[in-house]
Design a protein around this ligand. Structure first.
Ligand code: ATP
Ligand code: MG
Ligand code: MG
Ligand code: MG
Length: 476
């Protein structure tokens, strides 16, 4: 069996042999980029190279990049645990060309890697190209030998990639694996037609050609470039004969650990229990990596996203019977499972676990307070013969006590109330817009960003005295 670690290594080795510089993952908190909360793809650390604003000694690179998709254009939070292929935190394997090679080589490398290095059968593979990209269509047939009936043309949504509302972008071409008829969602199942897990997208090759400078305003990049991304967990699952990311080796150990801790069994037929186990495993990885990259849970911006993800995991924890802090233990386990590839996790394990534990304890306290207030409010509503819990109230509980709406619903519905979720969502949206505004103003000067930048330059591990101060003030 090919482990995820082995796939990661093979990928980097393969591209090193093709003249690529192997570059370490950048932190989850992008440096110098106020347009983005978190690194959501491998290209993020190379954005300036694509834009021609920076030059380096190499024009080809390969990485295994830590990614997080919980906000902005790429947001998979609600998918986690429900689909077999989405995580919040995942690793993206990528090869990049900065004005060096273009479509033909990108297609040749990807095809060779998938069919020869990973040994996936061509009979299971399909590819997609952007609506009018005849060139890519032709290259898949001539360079890779893909049969025409295995090539699909898809529109903007699937085959035009952009990092966010602004930034480098371009048409793309993707490789899919057929996971078998037993996975089909019905007669309408097919690439570009449904969103089920039978046809699994594994690799996206982006033909970077434009810079989106504003909505509706795209200008050409100085030189056409290549940016690719392949999800490590997805490809590991496929290579290991599994049909869900959560069954690849990286996750199995973690889920087994959580199940043992909760004294339940994964895959026992209780779907909600399995969802909870997957969500906790996923969110624990996200929290462990975020804290290691310098983010601390709090009420604003990135820090709020971390708090949200920890509390979401805790909420799922209560569903499978946890009554005591548990997530910090899972996060320690994450450090054990992933520490070899990401030594930072091992180095900061104690600190990271303490942060999670404190957040768990804080949440337990606020949960108690929130429940008290909620029962008072419900009593008042009942007295006034009201049957709907106002969205404003849910928001107040959420905002002041970090009290999740699911809990309000559980409690209120048991007493015969309905909950104004729309009103709640509206309040949330308003607050998010406010938080984003506040955060934009501070840019990369926020503490988390500075911490991450310092970590990346290695200043945190040794006493560097005044140099650190100087380096830090340079970053500000
Ligand atoms: P999907 O359509 O399945 O949501 P995507 O088109 O949003 O994926 P891309 O933005 O093209 O994904 O990212 C490149 C690759 O990264 C994908 O082909 C996939 O292998 C992987 N990937 C994307 N999102 C996730 C995720 N949430 N969890 C795990 N892997 C992911
Ligand atoms: Mg997606
Ligand atoms: Mg897609
Ligand atoms: Mg895609």
């Amino acid at each position: 069996m090919m482990t995820a670690s082995e796939i990661r290594r093979r990928f980097l080795d393969y591209f090193a042999r093709q003249g690529h510089e192997v570059v370490p993952s950048s932190p989850l908190v992008p440096r110098d980029d106020p347009t983005l909360y978190f690194t959501n793809a491998g290209m993020v650390q190379f954005k300036k190279l694509f834009l021609g604003q920076e030059k380096r000694a190499y024009s080809r690179a390969a990485t295994s990049q830590k990614c997080l998709r919980i906000s902005g254009k790429h947001n998979d939070l609600e998918n986690v645990g429900r689909t077999a292929r989405h995580h919040t935190f995942f690793e993206m394997l990528g090869n990049f060309s900065f004005g060096d090679y273009f479509k033909a080589e990108a297609i040749r490398y990807a095809w060779e890697f998938v069919t020869k290095e990973l040994g996936l059968s061509k009979d299971r593979l399909y590819v997609t190209v952007y609506t009018d990209d005849d060139e890519a269509d032709e290259l898949w047939r001539t360079v890779a030998g893909v049969a025409p009936e295995r090539i699909f043309r898809l529109g903007e949504k699937d085959n035009f990639w952009s990092m966010g509302d602004t930034g480098p972008c371009g048409p793309c071409s993707e490789i899919y694996v057929d996971q078998g008829e037993q996975m089909s969602c019905g007669p309408d199942c097919g690439i570009g037609r449904c969103d089920c897990d039978r046809f699994l997208e594994i690799w996206n090759l982006v033909f970077m050609q434009y810079d989106q400078i504003a909505p509706g305003n795209r200008v050409p990049l100085p030189r056409p470039s290549i940016d690719t991304g392949m999800g490590l967990e997805r490809v590991a699952a496929v290579c290991q004969g599994k049909t869900s990311n959560f069954e690849c080796d990286l996750f199995q150990e973690l889920i087994g650990f959580i199940a043992a801790l909760a004294k339940v069994k994964y895959g026992s037929g209780d779907e909600e229990q399995d969802v909870a186990l997957r969500v906790i495993a996923d969110h624990s990885r996200a929290a462990a990596f975020l804290i290691t990259d310098g983010v601390m849970p709090s009420n604003e911006g990135r820090a709020y996203e971390l708090r949200r993800i920890i509390r979401r995991a805790l909420r799922f924890g209560t569903l499978i019977g946890f009554t005591e802090p548990f997530m910090y233990k899972v996060c320690e386990k994450v450090a054990e499972v992933m520490g070899e590839a990401y030594p930072d996790l091992t180095e900061n394990k104690g600190f990271m676990a303490r942060v999670v534990r404190e957040e768990e304890e804080r949440f337990a306290r606020t949960l108690g307070k929130g429940l008290d207030i909620l029962s008072e409010e419900l009593a008042a509503l009942a007295k006034a013969k009201a049957t709907v819990v106002p969205g404003q109230l849910c928001f107040k509980l959420y905002d002041t006590f970090g009290f999740p709406i699911d809990i309000v619903k559980d409690v209120a519905e048991k007493q015969g109330f309905t909950v104004d979720e729309k009103g709640f969502t509206a309040c949330m949206a308003e607050q998010k817009a406010r938080a984003r505004e506040a955060w934009k103003g501070s840019g990369e000067q926020d503490l988390a960003g500075r911490f991450a930048a310092l970590l990346e330059t290695g200043l945190s591990c040794e006493f560097v005295g005044y140099d650190a101060l100087t380096a830090e003030s340079k970053l500000v």
